[in-house]
Design a protein around this ligand. Sequence first.
Ligand SMILES: Cc1ncc(COP(=O)(O)O)c(C=O)c1O
Length: 446
Amino acid sequence: MASSNTLRTLGLKHIARGIGRSTDLVISKAAGSYVYTVEGKKYLDFTTGIGVTSTGHCHPKVVKAAQDQIGNLIHGQVNIFFHEPMIKLIEKLKPIMPSKELDTFFFWNSGAEAVEAAIKLARHATGKHNVIVMQGSYHGRTIGTMSLTTSKTIYGSGFGPLMPGVYVAPFPYTLHSPTQKGISQDSLRHDLTTEYAIEQLELLLKQQTAPSDTAALIMESVLGEGGYVVPPKEYVQKVRELCDKHNILLIADEVQSGFGRTGKYFAIEHADVVPDIMVMAKGIASGFPISGIVSRKELMDKQPPGSMGGTYSGNAVSCAAAIATLQVMEEEDLLGNVAARSQEIFGRLNEALPPLLNKRDIQVDIRGAGLMVGLEFYGKGLEELQKKLNSKVSDAVAQHCFQKDMLVLTTSIYDTMRLIPPLNITKEDNQIGIEKLIESVQEVIN
Ligand SMILES: Cc1ncc(COP(=O)(O)O)c(C=O)c1O
């Protein structure tokens, strides 16, 4: 077998440089919460391939379902056939949708494609063209979705002109809201953030994109790439009210926050809000490529036959893996596991990190929901430590975790890390991960 070095050299030579990579590991195997390099070195995986391998790597029931499906039917092209696994998947998905009204599905492969499908649907169903996005949003890297993405300039810079008709509203990101200047972390006012963000959204609709031109507002139910920020429930509810008032469709992008990641099947359920269109991908099939949108039949059926579809749309093997993933979620009570492991993470990090960071006059915002956990470092001492490290604190902590054989990701333009362990991570592996992280912060601080 070729060594990691040989394979890495070939990869560096022949794989597009535009793919950034947080490690240079060459992996050949993965199981549960661990990935293994070609040489057999083992890493605890708190990335889950960016929130994808929800049931852990290669869950035996998902593997079996995919293997069985491959023997029967691999490709049942949607513009030619109905295929059994897709219909069965719909039967499995229907009961977990945020509302019974969300009963009509369209499947695709990637999250970005599904976002594109949602925008197409919204434009076609409303006869309007503009789209409102949230500041800090991430929706993908196609021309359309990169136009909707505002988390970092790297995604769109140099690739223009982008899709016109996109307007940006501030996300209720309390830590960075102009309403919180001079307010200490203990007394941050989410109500003021909400008020401000809603005011700005109303202004946007009066000054820049008239409701009569605005087809949709698309929002991640938890801001993902933008820093794992949970919007206040009141904000999401007010957005719903404004959308209703102005006949604007609310699209919930649940690509990263969906399928149990935040402790409910979909994060928007925390706000008791039902979107008009919901976008799903990532965790749905434990690593098999499949994405989808769901909406009300009367909206979805406005699109004429032939206007939707795609060669690989709703692949049969991916559908079978998605059914198995949902079965595992029920049989192994993964939502229960998310709640328990989440409590451990938040409890231990809140106890251990602030006193460590205080020494350098740095604070940490530990936030998120379920097993979608963000840690943002901020405060007076941050710049000094960043200068000393010659990097963000989050990058340095991730590097130290890596030295301890643990994989974690950073995110956002701020100094933020994100923890995304599998939904079925064991108590033991969870504890190992938490302690490695704390030790890494300690080392970076010293
Ligand atoms: C919220 C959100 N939407 C859309 C996407 C795009 O998904 P994909 O990378 O599968 O195209 C992502 C990917 O990270 C995402 O997090």
